[in-house]
Design a protein around this ligand. Structure first.
Ligand code: MG
Length: 286
């Protein structure tokens, strides 16, 4: 095999655990501080997430009507800064790679095989997670969605708290896919294989979602591996995500059906961890 393409969230790190821990910490604090019931906040949050097409929207608090009402003199993000603090510190404390990921990536790279990441998550948070897990440089190129839109008059730079050298990636090259282009659309895989001039049969793709990752890899004809070790069984977290996410009812319905009766059978399954890739394939640079 001469190319590895990997999903990021719940394939290299436990995004779901990080999201649930940090988001619920923020939500609890926000409800305590503002007196707005949690279910009302959740409903308002869902509307903003749907409008912004992401569950990781940086200016979320400023756009929640019940917080705007209770914060007439300053922006909700300033008034409820403590809740953002809870979010940020939980996020930092809970992002970590699955065991064996770094070692496996190093081994594959040492054999001259490029490692490519393909994530649907937005640019800013994908880079944040790459930096905070020490993967900058261990992945050759990352393909991600672009950032969400910003309200009129605001730019990513205008809301940054640290110098711009603290952002971005130093070694991994970052390419953006077209906004709204989502898995299991095969277009990005086609693009990656063209970029690296590699044949489908020499390419391995690994990801935790049967519906998105495995289905896409199979349809395109690269070797598919299901990262079953990354599938979360946190029901409570899943319910919260469902209540506040940008997903449409149709997305949720499809996920539910698939979870109950998976009709996509992966060719290979990694049950224990990412390092199983080394037992499954002979990675050798072209
Ligand atoms: Mg994933």
């Amino acid at each position: 095999m001469s190319l590895l393409i990997t999903d990021l969230d719940n394939t290299l790190w436990d995004w779901f655990h990080m999201w649930h821990t940090s988001f619920s910490a923020m939500l609890n604090r926000l409800s305590e501080l503002s007196g707005v019931p949690q279910n009302q906040l959740e409903a308002e949050i869902r509307e903003v997430h749907q409008a912004r097409a992401t569950t990781e929207y940086s200016l979320l608090l400023d756009e929640l009507p019940s917080l705007q009402e209770r914060s007439p003199k300053s922006s909700p993000m300033q008034t409820y800064d403590e809740a953002l603090h809870a979010l940020n510190s939980a996020r930092k404390n809970t992002i970590s790679l699955y065991p064996g990921v770094k070692k496996t990536l190093r081994e594959i790279k040492s054999r001259g095989v490029p490692v490519i990441a393909y994530t649907e998550s937005i640019s800013f948070w994908s880079e944040w997670r790459m930096r905070n897990t020490g993967l900058d440089g261990l992945i050759d190129t990352m393909y991600s969605s672009p950032d969400h839109d910003f309200p009129h008059g605001k730019t990513p730079e205008s809301i940054r708290m640290y110098p711009s050298s603290d952002y971005g990636l130093k070694k991994t090259e970052h390419r953006h896919v077209r906004q709204g282009l989502l898995k299991p659309n095969k277009e990005v895989l086609r693009w990656i294989l063209e970029d690296f001039s590699v044949d489908r049969r020499s390419t391995v793709y690994i990801g935790d979602s049967l519906m998105k990752d495995v289905a896409m890899a199979q349809e395109f004809g690269v070797h598919d591996v299901h990262a079953a070790y990354g599938v979360s069984h946190d029901r409570e977290g899943y319910e919260l995500l469902r209540r506040v996410s940008h997903w449409t009812e149709e997305d949720i319905r499809r996920e539910k059906i698939l979870a109950e009766r998976p009709d996509i059978a992966p060719t290979r399954t990694a049950h224990k961890g990412f390092s199983e890739l080394l037992d499954m394939f002979d990675f050798q640079g072209a």
